[in-house]
Ligand binder design. Structure first.
Ligand code: PRE
Length: 365
């Protein structure tokens, strides 16, 4: 067979497979519509339907990854199914999600990675605004950054939990790749200013010291804002990611300039809905202790005694008294697990206050 004939035969097979895939996706979507009808029909008076089920979504994605035998990688197939589920959920009920904007930020990329592209995503100017939109019920969920592997905690997010009564419903981790971006009018040999968010400038500090030691570094409100500014300036560049580059039509003068190749950011999904256990969960709590010697040690011993793994601990000023602190603690397990219930009971006896921010599935993707 000639190359042309071979390609033709293969394309006929692909067309045939696509038709079958389309038929199956449509059948799945009809099932999701049916699921929505069942959810609506079984509501008690005054009860609101819960269309989005993160525990079920986590199960579906893990199941697909377990079944997958290639040649596509696990992450790739999970991403495809994430989008199918996102479209099915939008048929049931379109989700509104607020994120730390503007458009083109890594937080938007995290929101789309977690919910898929069928959500209605709304950029907010500040982390606190994301919390307020969710608390007011203007959107179903919010997405905010909480920690970066190079730069540590995002304090605005931690502090917002002290002011709002919201639940953590999920987490998403994103590999952060920064690029040096320029516009079509930029004179690349005359760059005198580099814009980016302070955290991104910090994540690229060594690269900047080596390549642009004498260029002014200007911290702005987001990487997307940085990208927007360079469009109209001929002597400046921005550090931002792929989404911002695409959105503002910038080109990459240098790619992946972050100092650490494993640079990642963890984001939280905040909402009003408690998530049932999946068997692979994490719980986040805030604890305030007496300002006494050994308070932190006493707080941690009950976890150690039960073999519960702590995945993170952060300290922040409590805002209710000078030199008093609260601890943000993440650990493995769900608040309904007997062992976790037990540890929460014990620490609530030994501390001033314990607040469970939520139990949620470990990030699948
Ligand atoms: O199983 C459900 O409850 C559904 O609504 C279906 C479905 C899906 O498409 O698989 C859609 C949205 C939910 O977030 C979880 C799963």
């Amino acid at each position: 067979m000639s190359e042309k004939e071979q390609l033709q035969a293969l394309r006929v097979r692909i067309d045939n497979l696509d038709e079958q895939i389309l038929g199956l996706i449509s059948e799945r979507a009809r099932c999701a519509e049916e699921v929505a009808r069942v959810k609506m029909a079984s509501l008690q008076p005054g009860e609101k339907p819960v269309f989005y089920r993160p525990e079920r979504e986590a199960w579906v994605l893990k199941h697909i990854m377990e079944l997958n035998q290639g040649p596509l990688g696990n992450e790739e197939v999970a991403r495809l199914f994430r989008e199918i589920m996102s479209s099915c959920l939008a048929l049931e009920h379109p989700l509104k999600v607020a994120y730390l904007g503007p458009e083109g930020t890594f937080t938007q990329a995290a929101a789309l990675k977690h919910f898929g592209h069928a959500v209605i995503s709304q950029p907010m100017a500040a982390i606190d605004e994301v919390f307020r939109e969710v608390a007011a019920g203007a959107v179903n969920f919010g997405v905010v950054p909480v920690e970066n592997s190079t730069e540590g905690a995002v304090n605005h997010t931690l502090d917002s939990f002290l002011e709002h009564d919201l639940v953590i419903c999920g987490e998403v981790e994103l590999r952060i790749h920064h690029h040096l971006l320029v516009g079509e009018n930029t004179k690349t040999d005359k760059i005198s200013r580099i814009y980016s968010h302070a955290q991104s400038l910090a994540q690229c500090r060594k690269w900047l010291d080596a390549h642009y030691p004498n260029v002014e570094r200007v911290a702005v409100s987001s990487n997307a804002d940085a990208a927007k500014r360079v469009k109209s300036e001929w002597n400046s560049a921005a550090i931002a990611g792929d989404m911002a580059a695409q959105l503002y039509g910038l080109t990459k003068l240098a790619e992946k300039i972050e100092d650490r190749p494993d640079n990642s950011t963890r984001f939280l999904i905040i909402g009003n809905q408690a998530v049932p256990p999946t068997g692979d969960d994490k719980t986040s709590i805030i604890v305030s202790t007496n300002n006494k010697p050994g308070a932190l040690h006493n707080l941690l011993v009950p976890f150690q005694a039960r073999g519960i793994d702590l995945t993170r601990i952060e300290t922040r000023p409590s805002r209710s008294g000078k030199w008093t602190y609260v601890f943000f603690i993440d650990f493995v397990g769900h608040q309904h697990d007997p062992l976790v219930k037990d540890v929460l009971e014990q620490i609530s006896q030994e501390t001033v206050a314990v607040k469970v921010l939520g139990s949620y599935p470990n990030a699948v993707l």
